[in-house]
Design a protein around this ligand. Structure first.
Ligand code: SF4
Length: 222
């Protein structure tokens, strides 16, 4: 089976399991999404969705967030991982949005990635989920699943993103990103398990990989 055929079959499985995957982070606009994505690093979406209502009650716009300041932002997001650094970045990026972008979130990769704490993956999520531009956000989970499924042999997320963009039609990138995230969460347990029982690895993983994982005591989560 070629990589393209695999990708096609994987898409069919994912479409069957998650026909319309919702965006897991609660948000109302590009700014609230940007902040939620930034908070989600080293933190569950569930936890982010618990802290953002309080934070946005205190400051709903970049101008209000800049005024709220780092210490008060930290107070609201304290239960998230890496909270001090995130509070600093949220305060700093809010000031930049006000000073350089008219108080709005810029609609370009370049401008987004120039903001403190915003990397290519965060910018990709905002570009596709807030603005509807084609983007395929790839994090370490998607990187590992793409390798398991034999879709990419890339050594880093940037190369995996390039490979996945070649395999899936552009109009599906944002959806496939979400579907793979949901699949990983629901089907990929943290501890060893049998790849043969997986709805995708059961046929997509190479025999060599299956044997390797079996010898090592099962797959170890993706
Ligand atoms: S075999 Fe396990 S790790 Fe691999 S995709 Fe299936 S559930 Fe996830």
């Amino acid at each position: 089976m070629t990589r393209a055929e695999k990708a096609n079959r994987i898409q069919q499985v994912l479409d069957g399991l998650y026909p319309e995957p919702p965006v897991p982070l609660d948000h109302e606009d590009a700014f609230s999404l940007l902040i939620a994505v930034l908070l989600s690093a080293q933190c569950t979406d569930e936890r982010v969705n618990k802290v953002t209502p309080g934070l946005f009650r205190a400051a709903r716009t970049p101008a209000a967030m800049a005024k709220l300041g780092e210490a008060k932002i930290l107070h609201h997001i304290r239960s998230c991982g890496l909270a001090p650094g995130k509070a600093k970045n949220i305060a700093a990026l809010s000031k930049i949005l006000v000073a350089e972008h008219g108080g709005a979130v810029p609609e370009s990769f370049e401008a987004l990635e120039a903001l403190p704490g915003v990397g290519h993956k965060t910018a990709s999520v905002v570009m596709t989920q807030a603005f509807g531009h084609p983007a395929f956000p790839v994090d370490t989970h998607i990187h590992r699943l793409a390798a398991r499924w034999g879709l990419s042999r890339a050594r880093n997320v940037d190369e995996t993103e390039r490979d996945l963009k070649r395999l899936f039609p552009e109009e599906t990138w944002g959806k496939v990103h979400l579907q793979i995230i949901y699949f990983g969460r629901e089907h990929c347990p943290a501890r060893g398990h049998d790849l043969a029982a997986c709805p995708i690895c059961g046929w997509a993983a190479s025999k060599a990989r299956m044997q390797r994982e079996r010898r090592a005591g099962g797959a170890s989560g993706a």
